[in-house]
Design a protein around this ligand. Structure first.
Ligand SMILES: Nc1ncnc2c1ncn2[C@@H]1O[C@H](COP(=O)(O)OP(=O)(O)O)[C@@H](O)[C@H]1O
Ligand SMILES: [Mg+2]
Length: 410
């Protein structure tokens, strides 16, 4: 077995001899391989780190965008809040101004146009009359319409109706009666500062053949918009050539316009709007219709107080023509109606002590009048119904015309 031992010894010796070669070759090989794998890992790691960085960047970017959007949203909410607060305030102011009448003319000092008083006191030309009451459904429109019918048809004098209620019930009735179609709120043009006789002539509608000497300037919903615009402009800037409260006075008290008619009648809305103020400022007289129930009786006292303060504060020429009891149950007043009618004497004394401003003649509710409402002047109804209405209405119309001195018209 010696040969085996010598073979083993030879192999060991050969191995020992080749060890340095192995270490020279294998060592760097292993190093190179591990270097390669190391670099590959690092590249991957770096790529992953880069991707991570990019992701982080993206997240930061979206976060910033979110914050910006949040900021913008907060800003929008704040400005929205501010705007709605402004709107609320404006709305409150407007409501205060329109309902708390005492505030309206105090908001700005009185600015009548130079010739206001001179024109108002000119005895020549139309008597300008407002039919007014802040309560609705008391017969204002019915009284205005039939008074015009009486003046045109019975007295044969030229009369102009001006509808100042955007609900347009006077316009609808009068135009329907005369067979004229109209949808435009023609009255709007009368509020332009430069309005003149030519404007009235262009905007009025002749009511012939129903009222041969009757004209109307109709109103509809656009009037409401104009009133708000006028009020807002007047409150916010306006030192207009003609103060917004004096527009109708400037137009209708103009001698050229007044001489065209014997009477100009404003049908007032049951609200204290810019139109109502204009009517009161432009009128020589006001007639106040009322129904004869307790609340309406009190409303007359309140309304007269308001008009009186307005007259004093703005130095207006308006005077009370009288108070009319309308829509009574029958021609003879009932017990309650009589009591209310009596109390109206006191209401009238708010205007001037010691004077009874009630018109003796009251107007009863009539089925035929109610039925004709909306399409015909009660004054023009045919047959017995018309006859009966004219019989009760004529004495009242006469009394009103006497109070506004229509007979002195020239
Ligand atoms: N004498 C009357 N008989 C019957 N109905 C009437 C009479 N007078 C007015 N009316 C009706 O009463 C309602 C209110 O009258 P209206 O003149 O429109 O009041 P206002 O203008 O004050 O709101 C209307 O429907 C009208 O037709
Ligand atoms: Mg009315």
């Amino acid at each position: 077995m010696d040969w085996l031992k010598s073979v083993v010894e030879w192999v060991i010796a050969a191995f020992m001899q080749s060890l340095p070669i192995i270490s020279y070759v294998i060592g760097p090989l292993i190093a190179a391989v591990s270097f390669y794998f190391n670099r590959k890992d690092r590249r991957e790691l770096m790529a992953q780190a880069e991707a991570l960085g990019r992701l982080k960047e993206e997240v930061r970017g979206s976060q910033m965008q979110l914050e910006e959007k949040d900021q913008a949203l907060k800003g929008a909410i704040a400005s929205n809040d501010l705007r709605s607060r402004q709107i609320e305030k404006l709305d409150r102011d407007l409501r205060q101004v329109t309902t708390g009448a005492s505030e309206l003319w105090k908001l700005k000092s009185n600015r009548p146009f130079v010739r206001y008083r001179e024109w108002a006191h000119d005895p020549k030309g139309a008597r300008v009359l407002t039919v007014g009451n802040l309560k609705g459904g008391v017969g204002k429109t019915t009284l205005a319409a039939n008074l015009a019918a009486y003046i045109s048809e019975k007295r044969q004098l030229p009369v102009l109706l001006v509808d100042l209620d955007y609900q347009g019930s006077l316009s609808n009735m009068a135009l329907l009666s005369a067979g004229k179609e109209e949808t435009e709120s023609r009255v709007n043009r009368l509020f332009e500062p430069g309005a003149s006789l030519a404007t009235v002539v262009a905007q009025e509608v002749h009511l012939a053949p129903k009222l041969n000497r009757g004209w109307i300037v109709p109103a509809s919903y656009p009037l409401a918009q104009l009133e708000n615009e006028l009020l807002l402009r007047w409150i916010t800037d306006g030192d207009d050539v003609v103060d917004a409260r004096y527009r109708l006075a400037h137009l209708f008290l103009d001698p050229d316009v007044r001489r065209k008619y014997a009477a100009i009648i404003f049908d007032m809305p049951p609200r204290l709007t810019m139109s109502s103020i204009n009517a009161l400022v432009a009128s020589h007289h006001i007639v106040v219709p009322t129904v004869l129930d307790k609340l309406s009786g009190e409303a007359v006292a309140q309304f007269l107080t308001l008009v009186k303060v307005l007259k004093e504060e703005m130095n207006l020429s308006i005077d009370l023509a009288g108070i009319v009891g309308m829509l009574t149950r029958t021609e003879q007043l009932s017990g309650i109606e009589s009591d209310i009618f009596n109390s109206l004497r006191d209401s009238g004394e708010i205007w001037r002590e010691g004077v009874d401003f009630r018109f003796e003649r009251t107007i009863p509710r009539r089925v035929a009048v109610a039925r004709a409402a909306g399409e015909e002047f009660a004054w023009l109804l045919s047959g017995q119904d018309g006859e009966a209405f004219r019989q009760v209405f004529a004495p009242l119309a006469e009394q009103i015309c006497a109070r506004i001195k229509l007979d002195e018209w020239r």
